[in-house]
Design a protein around this ligand. Sequence first.
Ligand code: NAP
Ligand code: GCO
Length: 267
Amino acid sequence: MNNLNDFSLQGKVALVTGASYGIGFAIASAMAKAGATIVFNDLKQEFVDKGLAAYKEAGIDAHGYVCNVCDEDAVNAMVAQIEAEVGVIDILVNNAGIIKRIPMIEMSAADFRQVIDVDLNAPFIVAKAVIPSMIKKGHGKIINICSMMSEFGRETVSAYAAAKGGLKMLTRNIASEYGEYNIQCNGIGPGYIATPQTAPLREIQPDGSRHPFDQFIIAKTPAGRWGEAEDLGGPAVFLASDASNFVNGLILYVDGGIHAYIGKQPS
Ligand code: NAP
Ligand code: GCO
């Protein structure tokens, strides 16, 4: 048996939420290269159109939909439209997410709720929408994009850490509840990745020096670099493929070794 075929996504339909750019785009692109048909959504037609153009430039004939993942009716309508226009979703990547970096006691309850809504409630909503068809089809793969903050806290990200910690346990619960239907639900916990979401943490300072947080992450990462979104493609293809059919409930940290490293001594 050629084990490499186990990594193929040929004939599979993959929905990657919030994938016009950033980590979602990189994961979707890697899945396309492995043979998947790519479906993605974004909040605005403008971003969907930009995403479609970017996929086309990468040689990928993607399908794009405008949908707020927090809106259950909109998500259900999108999934029904995808099933009618593209096919039943075999692979779901719950990627869409936001962060608000505000000291907790200065954060409004509305801001806290908004982060929980996008980063935790929405993955529940989208997974709930796709699982029934996966059960009927006899297989399914769900990949939730967790975070280092699924394990660690840090100043100003209380809502995000609460959401991503919850997402880790939602991942484990979906794995527990639906494993008997040959549905595997795992998480990817990226380290610090250079995307628009982390751009504020990498801004060059007025004196031309690197952002203190940038320097901190470089010291905390054995690889001595920020991750690139493309670093997540291979792990995502693995978790979306038959090669991981007995992997369930895992949070796979793709962090360059941050979890293993006490950090480089300041020079
Ligand atoms: P990003 O550059 O900010 O992109 C986030 C994407 O999600 C955007 O396309 C955004 O759409 C979309 N989105 C946000 N809210 C949405 C909603 N309600 N409905 C539909 N789409 C929505 O973020 P990223 O760095 O690529 O991160 C992607 C995922 O990885 C997130 O879950 C993030 O928490 C997680 N993560 C990131 C890092 C990192 O270091 N970058 C590390 C660990 C985990 P718009 O453009 O329309 O806003
Ligand atoms: C932050 C960063 C992180 C990353 C990621 C790390 O402000 O600490 O945005 O939260 O986005 O989640 O895994």
